[in-house]
Design a binder for this molecule. Structure first.
Ligand code: HEC
Length: 275
């Protein structure tokens, strides 16, 4: 038996030399990754500013079983990476044969926190006084649609927590309301000069009609000009005396009873600009 075994071995050895049966073991094994191209196609959900709530979902091709790595970390079977903050990440996929894709860079940018935020700004104002002119107007800003507001009346140079601006002169104010995330709504708000009371304006209109160019449009006969509304307030007593009590004005002709009554009503109401 032993002889036969040795002879068999020798025979096989000789056969091997003849047919080069050792060749297979001398050459290196063929690389299973040769010609394999794995592409990865990441999709992403952006994180909110300051939070780690973004994610990257990886799809690898061609179809197969893959594991996935982020930033050269350990490979995992899930193709989803969660809890990611803003930043750039390198993603790789590896198939069952250990062949890997190229590293693919994915950048997560913050979502704009103002997307979809629609702040509604509703201003209300009070007049600035006239005669005497005073910086006593106000703007009250009511905002809705978001939260955590601060308010500016100077185009955003300064902001305050209160939604009320007081002690304002008549004029236009570039108002801005800003919410907790810095989302803003702008609007130009006008603080108007007090337009004057009803009785005052009836008197003024009467005077424009009756006292004409002698005292308006630059006219200042007797040293009196009424273009400035406040001069009417200042001269209330002389207007009343000349037009109602004495009836010596206008020089173009006397006022009717009802015209005198307009002056009388204003005088009795307090003869102020706001009456
Ligand atoms: C046609 C021109 C003319 C018209 C119209 C006229 N005035 Fe005069 N006003 C004068 C002249 C001139 C004087 C200066 C002489 C005088 O006092 O009578 C004067 C003086 C005045 C004075 C200053 C003197 C004072 O008594 O204090 C007042 C106030 C005045 N006018 C009010 C009026 C009013 C109000 C009207 C309209 C309802 C009016 N005038 C219409 C020509 C006019």
């Amino acid at each position: 038996m032993k002889k036969i075994s040795i002879l068999t071995a020798m025979f096989l050895f000789a056969t091997c030399i003849i047919f080069s049966c050792t060749k297979e073991t001398v050459n290196p094994p063929s690389d299973p990754c040769t010609g394999v191209v794995i592409s990865i196609n990441p999709s992403q959900t952006a994180p909110t500013t300051g939070q780690s709530n973004g994610s990257i979902t990886v799809t690898a091709t061609p179809n197969g079983t893959y594991t996935y790595s982020i930033n050269n970390g350990a490979y995992q079977s899930s193709n989803i990476f969660n809890n990611l903050a803003i930043g750039t990440y390198s993603i790789m996929a590896k198939n069952a044969d250990g062949c890997t894709s190229a590293s693919t860079s994915v950048t997560l940018s913050a979502t704009n926190p103002c997307n979809g935020v629609n702040i509604i700004l509703t201003p209300t104002t009070t007049f600035a006084d006239v005669c005497p002119t005073a910086s006593n107007g106000s703007i009250t800003l009511t905002a809705s649609g978001s939260s955590g507001y601060t308010f500016s009346k100077d185009g955003g140079t300064t902001y305050q927590a209160s939604n009320v601006f007081s002690n304002l002169a008549a004029g236009n104010y570039p108002v801005i309301v800003k919410d907790v995330n810095g989302c803003t709504k702008s609007q130009s708000v006008t603080v108007s000069a007090n337009p004057g009371g009803v009785k005052f304006n009836l008197v003024r209109n009467l005077m424009i009609a009756k006292c004409g160019s002698c005292h308006f449009n630059g006219g200042s006969l007797g040293g009196v000009n009424f273009d400035d509304k406040c001069n009417i307030v200042t001269k209330w007593d002389r207007i009343n005396t000349r037009c109602v009590i004495e009836g010596t004005m206008p020089q173009a002709g006397p006022l009717s009873t009802s015209e005198k009554q307009i002056i009388t009503d204003w005088v009795n109401a307090g003869h102020r600009y706001i009456d």
